[in-house]
Design a protein around this ligand. Structure first.
Ligand code: ADP
Ligand code: MG
Length: 251
């Protein structure tokens, strides 16, 4: 095998079916340390399912997912360790409504990583500062705007020190005026060397932030390339058609 050491995750012919419905037919790609991979494609094509299989929210029904060369789908693999290494930011933020901003960013660290309260607080505060949410540590999620909640969700995710952070349309539930503040935080995170896999409909953002872009439709990767090639010189007909639905000046 010629697998390079800096490959963190390697998906090999991953499949997912619900009953007879084959949602993912054959998904293969690598995620290297520090890489920013974005996934675009039409609704219902399998983007969310791909992310949910990577972090085992869904069980793939075929293929392999190798994490540092070990197949996490093997029965003897310790999934608990793996789960804490892969974080996820959801479209709907998914914060704990009954906990304040600071508590939201501490609880996983204490329960999963067994950090002390003091340590968890220190790390949470540092990350809340990074996303500009330090002034809101006592607020409950309902008191915040969508953009602010999503920034807290990002601070919570990075407080777990993930090796890979997955984003599933993190700005799709936001009012348009709040999209920018969340993209800006993600752009900043990208410069820290964090490995990120991002599903997004923000084409301009995808073009500027990505090392590699995957186009997924009908449960397969129909095209993957550098952002320049994929957006400016798409080769696959489906990619061309999808991109033509976005206004030319958008990316
Ligand atoms: N839990 C489920 N049970 C049955 N079908 C599902 C389930 N989750 C997703 N699907 C189907 O899988 C397909 C891909 O969905 P999804 O991964 O959410 O697409 P995307 O994120 O690209 O819009 C859709 O046809 C969807 O209806
Ligand atoms: Mg989706």
């Amino acid at each position: 095998m010629t697998e390079s050491n800096d490959v963190i995750l390697s998906l090999k012919h991953m499949q997912k079916s619900y009953g007879s419905h084959k949602v993912l037919k054959d998904i293969s790609f690598d995620i290297k340390k520090g890489e920013i991979v974005t996934i675009i494609g039409p609704s219902g094509g399998g983007k969310s399912t791909t992310l949910r299989c990577i972090n085992l929210l869904e069980e793939p029904t075929g293929g392999e997912i190798d994490f540092h060369g070990e197949n996490i789908l093997h029965p003897s693999y310790n999934r608990n360790t793996f789960r804490s290494k892969v974080g996820m930011v959801f479209q709907q933020f998914d914060l704990f409504e009954n906990k304040n901003v600071l508590e939201n960013c501490m609880i996983g660290q204490e329960l999963v990583l067994k950090r002390s309260k003091d340590e968890a607080r220190k790390i949470a505060m540092a990350n809340l500062k990074k996303v500009g949410m330090e002034p809101f540590i006592k607020a409950k999620p309902q008191q915040l705007s969508g953009g602010q909640q999503q920034r807290v969700a990002i601070a919570r995710a990075i407080s777990m020190d993930p090796e890979v952070l997955l984003f599933d349309e993190p700005t799709s539930a936001l009012d348009p005026e709040m999209v920018g503040e969340v993209l800006e935080v993600m752009q900043k995170l990208a410069t820290t060397g964090l490995t990120m896999v991002i599903v997004t409909h923000e084409m301009g953002f995808a073009k500027s932030i990505s090392d590699r872009v995957l186009f997924i439709s009908d449960g397969i990767i129909t095209e993957q390339d550098s952002p320049y090639e994929l957006f400016d010189h798409p080769k696959n007909e489906k990619t061309q058609k999808f991109l033509s639905n976005f206004r030319n000046n958008e990316f």
